[in-house]
Each structure stands twice: as C-alpha cells, then as structure tokens.
Design a protein around this ligand. Structure first.
Ligand code: ADP
Ligand code: MG
Length: 700
C-alpha cells in the first residue's frame, strides 16, 4: 500500500507527533523488531494530540500513512536500527463505519471501516514491492516502487539512479527486488445486519506484510482500510466502470458471541424478574413462531437449542460441544421451512442455508481455484463456519452435496472443519448449533417405515443430531379444525391491520385487530428474547446436582438393560441429556441443573425416540435404528439368514444357493419372505454375500 505522495511539512508534523506521543512504544518495538513491525494506535489517541492530523488521516489516508511512515523512519531509535515500521490505526470514528452495501463512490480514497465475516482467503503470496530492473544496454539496476496492481517498468535508464539515460529494454531481477507478503480476503456482511432474506454483499480486501495470515474464514472482524477502485477490463480494453476494493490498515477481531446484543441494566432487571415466572417454559414456547400452530414439543426443543448447553474443555484437551443439534423431518407443508426461517431471524449470529449448496464452499468449507484468487487457491467458508458461535439453519439438508456429507460429521461433532488441499492447510471452527429440516425421500412420511429409509441421509450423520422430530401431516378433525381456525384468524387479523393502515374508512377498529391477532402475538418480543438468551449465555453456567445426575444415570442404565441384548442407547444420547438439562437450567437463569431439568431433558428425548426410534416390529425403542440404520430385530434376522446361507452353501456342491431355497428355509424358521428379500438385498449391499453369474448366492 504505497502511494507516493511526499509532503515535507506533513512528515514533519507526524515526526513531531511520534516524538511527543510514541517514543516509548517505538523503543519497545525496537526490541521486538522485526517480529513486530507495526505501530498500532487508537484513532482517538491521535485525535486527542492533534485533531487536524487525525482528520487528515480519514480524508487523505494514502498521503497521511505514507508520510507518517516516512516520519517513523526518522525517529532516533528507528533510524539507528534501520527499522521500517508500518503505521496502523484502529477504532476509527463510528461515522466512518459503513455497511458494505452502502459504500458509494464518494468514499473512494478515504479511510473507512467495514464489519463482517471473513468469507474467503487466498494463499499468502509474495508481491513485488520494489522491482529491480537491469538495463540491457549499460547493466545499471533501476529500482521502481510498485504501488499499483499492474507492474510499472522504467521508461528510460534513469541517470539519477546511475543509469545511462537512454531508452532501453530491461530485465526484471527477482533476486534484487524486494517482496512483501500479500493476501486477498473477502468480507461478507454480518448475517444479523440483514433482514428479509437479503443476500449479503461482499468486498475484497488486500492485506500486506504482518497483516497476512491473521484471519481465517468464519472470523468476525472489523477491517479498517482505504477504499479504492480497480479498473475492470474487457479483453484488452479498460472499462470506465470500476470495481471497489480495500487496502487494509488494521483488522480488529470480534471474539465474543452475542456481543452484538446489548443488555442494559434495565433489561437485566426485567430478565431476572421474568426468569422467576413459574410459566417461563410455556411462555418461551409461546414466543417461538407464534403464527405456527401446534408443534409444541418441537418448539420446546427449539427453545432449549436457543439457550444451549455448556461447551466443556477437558484437561486432556478434548472439547465436548454444548450446542444442541436438532433435525425436523416431515411431510411437505408442515411449516418446517417456516420454523427454520423464524429461528434464523430470532437467533443472534445465524445463517440460513439450503442443502442444495449455492456456493462452492457448501455447508462446511472448501479450497477452490477460482477467479477471486486469480487462479490461486482460495479457502472459502460455508454455512457452518459462518455460523460459528451461532445457529446454522439448514433447510433440505437431505439434498446436500456429496462432498458435504463427509465433512459434516466432523463439523457437527468436533465443531471443526479441516481442509488440506494444495497450499492450504487450515482448521476452521464451526461451533454452532445446527437446526436442519429434511423431506422424506418418497414425498410423504410413512409412519411404519424406519426413519433412515425415509430420508436420504447416512445413519452416522443422523446420529449426530441430539433430537430428531418427525412431523406428520395426518388428517384429524380436531387438530385440523384448530389449525384452520388459527391460520384463518391470523390472516383475518392481518387483513384488518392492513385495512386500518391503508384505508380511511372506519369499518374496523384497533380492538378487532387485537382480538384476531392475539393468538399470534409472541409472549416475549423477539428483541427481548434475544437479550434474554444473550444474557443467559453470558452469565449462566449451570452445574448438575447429584440428584439430577442420578436421574439421568438411572434412566440411561434402565433403558439399556430393558432391551436385553440389544444396545438401544449410546453414550451419545447421554450427552444429549446433559446438554438439554443444562439448557433447561439456563432458561431459568439457574446456576444449578436440578431434577426438574433432568426430567425435562428425558421427557423431550423420550418423545423423540417414541416417534423415530421405535422398532416397528417389537414396539421397543431402539437407537440402533438411528445409529446404524437397522433395528436390532433386523440385525438378528440378517444374522440368522447369514447362518442359513452359510449352512446351505456348505452343503451344496458349487458352494452357492438358490434364492428360493433360502426363502423356504427361512420360512421354516419363521421369517416372512418379504423380509427375507429385504435382508438379502442389504446383505449383498454390505458385501456379506454375493450373487453368482447364475443368479445364486454365495459367501465370499
Ligand atoms: P415445509 O417446509 O414443511 O414443506 P413450509 O414451511 O413451506 O412447509 O410451510 C408451508 C405453509 O403452510 C406455510 O405458509 C406455513 O405457514 C403453513 N403452515 C403449515 N403448517 C402450519 C401450522 N401448523 N401452523 C400455521 N401455518 C402452517
Ligand atoms: Mg420446506
């Protein structure tokens, strides 16, 4: 970022400023140079000492920074040690902070700040800073400062640099040239700044020297930098319309989640008062998507997900997630998408994405070679990384790309995504809760078919969800009437509202509007709920009481033993209980997770297992269905069948057996032929048996 605009008096002003204000800081830097090579100051420190200098920084940043850096070289310690320091400014005035979408041409060449998420980063690559050209005629070396994107060559062999003064041709010498590390990143607007499904806008930013390598995709940052234009080309022609880009001066990271949500002392009082309400859980539920009728258990679960459990760091360095992942599977038109979009608007730091990836990064992250990197590798963050420390709402997750499937496991459980490709080796954080929705493969849900057969998702991935709810759309006079009333009344309320606003007649009154709208009004306004959640997540870290632990332990042990030799329940479910119990305590702002919290966790998981984890044949819960895709009874049957095939093969001459023989033998042992077919398919798919060219079965 060198823009050569020498100004002796400006340099002198800066020199004065540094000598008065920064002597000590520069002396400290001298001890750490060249590891540290930037003098980073708060804008307001400059402003306090010299408001005119500060103001000029904002209006003429290239000139100011160039001359300030010139001045830095003149400070005693710096000149003695030949230090070449960068001058960086952070925390610039609020009115210089602009939304990316609001950047206009009048800001070009000024010092501004943008806030957002790092969406992409390129590899770090060397960039020519001072190019050394060797004259073909006299051999002199001519140095040219490269302060633009396009290589500047000498027009003649400059005499003031010891050259021959003739017009000549030159050879660029990379060994004699100086390079600086450079990196290009892309900043995307924060999702919470967007309303109504607007597409976030982006801006590319150039980083140099000690700023490179400092950010990863998914990071939340404020970039202070100078807005500039770059020429666009069509073929060999330069166009008159330019692209905008930014040269970074400094980057501030925004570490803490929920910091966007400000909770005042007054809010705090109100939150604490409400937390003592005995109806708090019902009221929370009634504040989630009130226009959607029913789905009470789902809404209870979403409240728990919003508050979340506690992420823990163990002494051995392992980390267990506190985020609660939930999946809604169900018939079309059951308000799944509606629910997701509501939650994504409610939760701070949320990202709404569709499984049908729109960008190359998809749901997790990808290293791609694209135009942005000008042919170099670029690392791009997907939805789960962008939702770090927030909520990722993923609609139609069953339609996700093949590449996402494999990385989603790690992203959901370890909450990290590793990318190792070409020159890029990175681990990105995805510490978010996932709320996903999926449609059944066959269009509608079949209650009597195991869930894994109905959604196009691998069982191992399904088991990463703490909660899976199936939402069925079955005709029922009572609920249909209630739902219709709910929807129609809320529409009527909406109509009256519009009518009141847009017409001048007095056919309707505010009272009538309120009457129809009351069903769809949340108990807590989204804005307040956000504050509540933020407050709880910042201040409440509940610990389980002994009784609560005992209840969870007993439930777990009983559950496992009640189903004899099958293993219906895995330690994963136990962890889910803990997370839900912690979250339940958080809702009350309780620093203790007590028996009631444990019971609430159990009741929710119970509901979900009852719906999706039941083995249709035995009527028993069976988490195997979710974990492996086959129920214990199916598993037994496959084993029995494998025994039969093994025996029949051993008895036969060609070591293979007919389908018909297997079926009749299995029927003797009490297995229906339909189930035999199904099990045979699965066995051959798993490679436990194979088909001979004659259409018989054999054991490999
Ligand atoms: P899905 O994603 O499950 O296919 P959508 O979220 O697109 O369904 O919902 C379809 C429409 O039906 C939406 O306008 C939604 O508001 C309405 N709807 C469905 N179920 C309900 C419900 N229980 N209460 C209110 N509206 C509902
Ligand atoms: Mg949908």
């Amino acid at each position: 970022m060198v823009r050569l605009i020498k100004d002796e008096s400006l340099t002198a002003s800066w020199q004065g400023f540094f000598e008065d204000q920064c002597k000590a800081a520069i002396e400290t830097l001298a001890t750490e140079y060249p590891e540290k090579r930037s003098l980073l100051l708060d804008y307001w420190d400059v402003d306090k000492a010299d408001a005119k200098l500060a103001e000029q920084l904002l209006r003429q940043p290239y000139k100011s920074f160039f001359n300030a850096e010139e001045a830095l070289r003149l400070i005693d310690v710096a000149s003695e040690q030949k230090m070449d320091l960068h001058f960086r400014i952070k925390n610039i005035p609020e009115d210089q902070k602009i939304l990316i979408r609001k950047i206009r041409a009048n800001r070009l060449g000024t010092f501004i700040a943008i806030e957002g998420l790092v969406k992409k980063i390129t590899e770090v690559r060397p960039k020519l800073q001072i190019a050394a050209f060797q004259c073909h005629k006299c051999g002199a070396v001519i140095r040219i400062d490269q302060d633009e994107d396009i290589l500047k060559e000498p027009s003649e062999c400059f005499e003031d640099q010891g050259g021959c003064g003739r017009v000549s041709s030159f050879k660029l010498s990379s060994t004699l040239s100086t390079f600086v590390d450079s990196q290009k990143i892309e900043i995307q607007e924060n999702p919470e700044g967007l309303r109504g499904g607007a597409q976030p806008e982006r801006l590319s930013v150039f980083l140099e020297d000690d700023l490179v390598g400092g950010v990863a995709p998914g990071d939340r940052v404020i970039v202070n930098g100078i807005l500039r234009s770059v020429a666009r080309h069509r073929g060999a022609f330069r166009l008159t319309s330019f692209d905008k880009t930014m040269d970074a001066v400094s980057i501030e990271s925004q570490e803490f989640a929920f910091e966007e949500v400000e909770v005042t002392k007054e809010d705090e009082k109100k939150i604490i008062k409400i937390s003592k309400d005995p109806m708090i859980y019902e009221k929370m539920r009634m504040s989630i998507a009130p226009t959607i009728y029913g789905l009470d258990i789902e809404k209870d679960a979403l409240v728990l997900q919003l508050f979340g459990g506690i992420a823990k760091e163990m002494p051995d360095g392992t980390r267990t997630r506190g985020d609660i992942h939930a999946l809604l599977v169900g018939d079309p038109g059951t308000a799944k998408s509606q629910m997701l979009s509501y939650m994504s608007k409610l939760a701070p730091r949320s990202v709404y994405a569709s499984g049908k990836a729109s960008s190359a990064a998809g749901l997790t992250a990808a290293a791609v070679r694209d135009e942005f990197g000008e042919g170099q590798w670029t690392l791009e963050a997907g939805a789960l990384v962008l939702a770090d420390k927030g909520l990722a709402c993923i609609d139609e997750i069953d339609k996700m790309e093949e590449t996402d499937r494999s990385s989603l496991h790690q992203a959901m459980e370890q909450q990290e995504i590793s990318v190792a490709k070409a020159g890029i080796n990175a681990t990105l954080k995805s510490r978010c809760a996932v709320l996903a929705a999926a449609n059944p493969k066959l269009g509608r849900f079949d209650e009597f078919m195991p869930i894994h057969d109905q959604i196009n998702m691998p069982p191992a991935l399904l088991s990463r969800f703490d909660l899976i709810f199936s939402i069925l759309d079955k005709p029922n006079r009572k609920t249909d009437t209630d739902l219709a009333t709910h929807i129609l009344q809320s529409h009527k309320g909406g109509e009256i509202h519009e009518h009141l606003n847009k017409t001048t007649d007095d056919l309707y009154s505010k009272d009538q509007e309120t009457k129809f709208m009351k069903h769809v009004l949340p108990v807590f306004e989204p804005e307040f709920l956000r504050k509540y959640v933020a407050y709880a997540k910042r201040n409440v870290f509940p610990v389980m009481t002994d009784d609560a632990m005992e209840i969870l332990q007993n439930y777990y042990v009983d559950f496992r033993s009640s189903s004899k030799d099958s293993v219906p329940f895995t330690p994963r479910q136990l962890e889910a209980f803990v997370r839900l119990a912690e979250s339940s305590a958080r809702i009350r702002l309780s620093q203790e997770a007590i028996i009631d919290d444990a019971k609430r966790a159990i009741s929710i998981i119970d509901q979900y297992l009852r719906r999706v984890g039941t083995d249709r044949e035995t009527g028993r819960f069976d988490i195997d269905i979710i974990a492996t895709g086959i129920s214990h009874s199916q598993h037994e049957r496959m084993r029995l069948l494998l025994d039969i095939i093994q025996r029949l093969c051993a008895e036969s001459e060609d070591k293979s057996v007919n389908r018909a023989d297997i079926i009749s033998e299995a029927e003797i042992q009490g297995i229906e032929s339909r189930k035999v077919e199904e099990a045979l398919d699965r066995l051959s798919r798993d490679g436990q048996i194979y088909k001979t060219p004659q259409g018989k079965y054999g054991i490999p």
